[in-house]
Design a binder for this molecule. Structure first.
Ligand code: SF4
Length: 190
């Protein structure tokens, strides 16, 4: 990982930890809401049209997870503040019994998809009560399909240059954001 990316992730993690301890997440919620508002909405409060970002959708966590009830509660506040955006959270925290009721509470919001991730490669996507259909990483498309998954096109469909078209927009796909989707999704390992 580039050192500037690492430093920025660390700064974000520090802000979250400090805020959760000192003000029950208020500073974090405020910072996140400001960030989303600035990126997704114009000064009149209308959704922006952006080339690289679908402003109806927000994927949460490039790294990290929903690690504590307080952090999950902070995200409930953020998601409630943006009812016109659909949020998708991948998580492995469903494995922790104490965490599950908090995840289910977040998943109960109409604009939130909580997708439990499989722990091991080539393991079927988990189905967990109160959460949306899960996801998994597979080493073989055939095996993933045999196990009943939709295989994410952004992990294998190539463009004219022979490179994988690795964005959801390239495939006009938003399955990971569809609440109530019952089909497990498999990402192909490269
Ligand atoms: S399944 Fe669709 S929405 Fe999910 S990551 Fe792949 S392309 Fe994006």
């Amino acid at each position: 990982m580039f050192s500037n990316v690492k430093a920025s992730l660390q700064a974000k993690a520090d802000l979250i930890t400090k805020s959760l301890h000192q003000d029950n997440g208020d500073v974090f919620v405020d910072a996140m809401c400001k960030q989303i508002r600035a990126k997704y909405f114009d000064k009149h409060g209308n959704k922006k049209k952006l080339k690289k970002t679908n402003t109806d959708l927000f994927r949460v966590h490039d790294s990290g997870d929903l690690f504590s009830p307080r952090y999950i509660a902070a995200w409930i506040r953020i998601c409630e503040a943006f009812p016109t955006i659909r949020f998708w959270f991948p998580t492995r925290e469903w494995k922790r019994d104490a965490q599950l009721p908090h995840l289910q509470k977040l998943a109960s919001l109409k604009n939130v998809c909580i997708k439990p991730s499989a722990i091991y490669v080539d393991e079927p996507a988990p189905q967990v009560d109160g959460l949306d259909a899960g996801t998994s990483v597979y080493t073989s498309k055939a095996k993933a399909e045999q196990d009943g998954h939709f295989v994410c096109p952004a992990t294998y469909v190539k463009g004219e240059d022979g490179k994988v078209l690795a964005t959801c927009q390239a495939h006009n796909c938003n399955l990971c954001f569809i609440k109530g989707c019952k089909k497990g999704i498999a990402y192909l390992a490269h």
